[in-house]
Design a protein around this ligand. Structure first.
Ligand SMILES: *Cc1c(COP(=O)(O)O)cnc(C)c1O
Length: 482
């Protein structure tokens, strides 16, 4: 029987866990927040956590661990080679994905680095439903080109399409026909499509991609980092999956994939990553790179304690009552913001609540980093740290021109099982206030712009004194309140 719906009232999610360890938080006054965001060059990546109230930057490595995960960490076997911990993790992955081989790597992007090194050559093409920042960077670094073949509705912010992460099958076929299958390194499917708002693809769509790949002799590489969310949505939205267990759906997706890689900073509520495959050829090609770039084959750069926690976390991911926690909190936040008129990505996805900055700040041009400006303003008025997902996260083209992003989103990630509902309500209230005062928010300009992955380290300044004016209005409305 499906337990996916654990709600009371109209939309209030029920936590299927209790909190047994806590971390103290501070909410520093707005004057300090203005100093902090200025010191950070208006880049939320550069804020210090002591200045942050709710850290909604990412879901990476910050999901709450269970008591069982913590207990398992005590049992870790430190042996450099042949560690019992590795064997345990390997057999758990075998149990879940059914693949013969497991190659450990220190995190998701390390897997991407290795896959790009082995399979992407100068001029290679990698079709995918949508890119992820580190994925694209590694493919481009290896001389390849990313081709995104999403469905038209993928970029429609306000939508009722349950599977905006689907691949457009006709476009996939015509892309392969145009370039020839020999040019295609592999076809990549990203579960819980990160950059378009944590949107899932359907099992049916994956089956269709498989058919096309079989026709042309191509591999499917599944990025399973956000698989937990995708699984939840399949169970909830795809008729065929309603009668299947999470474990059965997972196995069916794995059977459709040639290579599965993941960031265990997301799936498994630990820190690490790895690659699974049935192909001896693929395994042998990748194997020699593991000791070179990651660490010996039985730890791959990971702490054995994290590997123990990962094995337990992966098992817990097979429980609907665990994987529903993120998406249900996100749905609550999206619903509440919508009621207050704030433009958000719909349907609510996994990973976090995504605010449509393009509409929120329709007066701020993309060349002034609309979503980046919103991230800075939200931190300033709430102490909530989100992440820009828009033009700032893109790279300039060869001539130095801006590559304007398809969407300007502010992502407020919902680390799994971390925040309480009143904290989410606080974030909603402050963002609604900002929406009413949105005319006060202006854009940003770079003062220090790195060439690669500039969003991590870049520093920006406001185009005017808009932040000072925003602080004045905040104080007029809230008085001495934080
Ligand atoms: C986070 C993420 C990665 C990269 O994983 P890291 O562990 O952060 O290196 C890759 N793909 C997706 C979809 C992700 O969300």
């Amino acid at each position: 029987m499906s337990n996916v719906k654990f709600y009371y009232g109209e939309n209030v999610p029920l936590e299927m866990h209790k909190v047994r360890i806590v971390q103290k938080l501070d909410l520093v006054p707005i004057d300090r927040r203005l100093e902090a965001i200025t010191e950070a060059g208006n880049n939320t990546f550069l804020l210090k956590n002591r200045d942050v109230y709710l850290d909604m930057l990412t879901d990476s490595g910050v999901n709450a661990m269970s008591d069982k995960q913590m207990a398992a960490m005590m049992e870790a076997d430190d042996s450099y080679a042949g560690s019992e911990t590795f064997t345990k993790l390997e057999s758990k992955l075998h149990d879940i994905f059914g693949k013969k081989y497991f190659l450990p790597a220190h995190q998701g992007r390390a897997c991407e680095h290795l896959l790009a090194k082995v399979f992407v050559k100068e001029g290679s093409i990698v079709p995918m439903n949508y890119h992820f920042t580190t994925t694209k960077a590694h493919i481009v670094l290896a001389g390849g080109v990313v081709e995104e073949i999403f469905i038209d509705e993928a970029l429609q912010v306000d939508s009722e399409n349950p599977f905006k992460g689907n691949m457009d099958i006709d476009k996939l076929r015509s892309l392969i026909n145009t370039h020839g299958p020999e040019k295609i390194a592999f076809v990549r499917l990203e579960a819980g499509t990160n950059l378009i708002g944590g949107q899932p693809f359907s099992l049916e769509n994956m089956g269709e991609v498989r058919k096309v790949c079989d026709e042309f002799g191509l591999m499917i590489v599944l990025d399973a980092s956000l698989l937990a969310d995708n699984l939840y949505f399949l169970k909830k939205r795809e008729p065929k999956c309603k009668e299947m267990s999470i474990r059965e759906i997972t196995r069916e997706m794995a059977d459709l994939s040639d290579i599965i890689y993941f960031s265990a900073r997301k799936i498994g509520c630990a820190r690490g990553g790895g690659i699974c495959t049935d192909s001896t050829d693929v395994y042998m090609k990748l194997r020699e790179l593991i000791p070179l770039y990651e660490g010996f084959l039985t730890y791959g750069g990971m702490s054995v304690r994290e590997m123990e926690a990962m094995a337990v976390g992966l098992e817990e991911t097979m429980d609907e009552n665990m994987i529903n926690q993120g998406p249900q909190f996100i749905a609550f936040m999206v619903d509440e913001l919508r009621k207050k008129g704030v433009p958000v990505v719909t349907p609510a996805g996994g990973l976090g609540c995504h605010i449509n900055a393009m509409q929120f700040l329709s007066h701020v041009p993309q060349t002034q980093y609309t979503a980046g400006a919103l991230a800075s303003a939200v931190y300033l008025i709430s102490g909530v740290r989100g992440m820009e997902r828009g033009t700032l996260s893109e790279q300039r083209d060869e001539d130095g021109n801006e590559t304007l992003a398809h969407m300007e989103l502010l992502r407020l990630a919902m680390p799994r099982r971390v925040f309480t509902l009143s904290q989410v309500k606080y974030a909603v209230d402050r963002i609604a206030w900002l929406y009413e005062n949105r005319d006060l928010v202006g854009g940003l300009n770079f003062v220090d712009e790195p060439q690669i992955l500039r969003f991590f380290f870049g520093k920006l300044e406001p185009v005017s004194d808009w932040q000072v004016k925003l602080v004045e209005k905040f104080k007029a409305d809230f008085g001495d309140s934080l």
